[in-house]
Design a protein around this ligand. Structure first.
Ligand code: ADP
Ligand code: MG
Length: 334
């Protein structure tokens, strides 16, 4: 259909992290309370995403790997009205199956049996009943085995894994009520508890050194002594690091817009600016911030893969974010 063609197609799969992104988004869309990601060799040899979500019937899973099928959107009006699910292009599973060996094992909640479906290089090679837990496990092996030119451009394991880690981390922090785990070559990188608490998710993901002394940000211009300026944002909430936190070798600002993970240099720079000259040499701020704003003042689909966000009034957003973070630090006497 036309709907899907209006949205950048064929741009889904660039590297292991883009596969992980699509699979994790599907798990979250499927109402999972647990999402476990395991990758081999940075994801080049294997990617497995396991969830306890709603699962699929045999008919549903057959359909799911076809071209341009989605259970999430009907037409372009849905799209323009703003879609609440994360995925809506209906091409991810198909695109992934075309460039790998894909296995789906899935059982609907309350269903009495599961289905195991295999796709190799775009062809469904088997569909059979299987005993499996409720939910869905998707395994992607040998990414780009049939597209050598693509495979050649993949970076070293460590680099590919860093992209995967960034991504899974962002989803874990955006969804503290979901238990998210990440494993690389059989070793656990982190696992959150899913207890719904952002601070505890930060602790699980980044460890005590970062979580220690984090300052909470909660600006919406409503409270007393809240100097949140007028602007495009209705509010900013989340956590920012203590200025003395020693965090890796760069600033680390995870941004959400209306709960959706995005990338934004505007927000990152505004956070760094809020710390002014309080940062000791080689100390970098760390933040997890959710911005709420009217959906029509932001474009989160500038590029579906890169997740770069575009604000209608970027300067206004920067000013509000900077003020919110400055105020939060001031409140703590920092
Ligand atoms: P989209 O997410 O854009 O709808 P996908 O190709 O990512 O398209 O997935 C196709 C369909 O497969 C989804 O609409 C959904 O119905 C189903 N699906 C995919 N992954 C899962 C999952 N983990 N649990 C349940 N259903 C899933
Ligand atoms: Mg999807």
């Amino acid at each position: 259909g036309k709907t899907v063609e209006r949205i950048a197609a064929g741009e889904v799969v660039e590297r292991p992290a883009s596969v992980v992104k699509e699979l994790v988004e599907n798990s979250l869309d499927a109402d999972a309370t647990r999402v476990s990601v395991a990758v081999e060799s940075g994801g080049k040899d294997g990617i497995r995403v396991e969830d306890d979500g709603i699962g699929m019937s045999e008919a549903e899973v057959r359909k799911a790997v076809e071209e341009h099928t989605t259970s999430k959107i009907r037409d372009i009006e849905d799209l323009e009205a703003g879609v609440t699910t994360l995925g809506f292009r209906g091409e991810a599973l198909h695109a992934i199956g075309a460039v790998s060996r894909l296995t789906v094992e899935t059982r609907p909640r309350g269903g009495d049996r599961g289905t195991r479906l295999r796709v190799e290089g775009g062809e469904v090679t088997s569909v059979e009943p299987t005993g499996c837990p409720e939910g869905t496990t998707i395994e992607v092996e040998d990414l780009f085995y049939n597209v050598p030119a693509r495979r050649k451009y993949l970076k070293q394991d460590g680099t590919e894994f860093a992209h995967v880690n960034d991504l899974v981390t962002s989803y874990a922090l955006a969804n503290p009520d979901v238990a998210v785990a990440l494993e690389h070559d059989g070793r656990e990188t982190f696992a959150t508890t899913g207890d719904g608490n952002l601070q505890s998710a930060v602790l699980s993901v980044y460890g005590r050194d970062v979580a220690k002394g984090m300052v909470s940000v909660d600006a919406d211009g409503a409270g007393d002594g809240d100097d949140f300026p007028e602007g495009p944002l209705d509010g900013v909430s989340g956590l920012v690091s203590h200025p003395e936190t020693n965090r890796a070798s760069r600033e680390y600002v995870t941004t959400y817009v209306n709960g959706r993970y995005v990338r934004s240099a505007t927000v990152r720079d505004a956070v760094v600016e809020a710390y002014g000259n309080q940062l000791a040499p080689d100390r970098y701020p760390f933040a997890v911030l959710d911005l709420s704003l009217p959906a029509d003042t932001v474009d989160v689909n500038v590029h579906p893969r890169k997740m770069e966000v575009r604000f209608a009034d970027a300067e206004g957003v920067a000013e509000q974010v900077r003020t919110a973070v400055e105020d939060a630090l001031l409140r703590e006497g920092l």
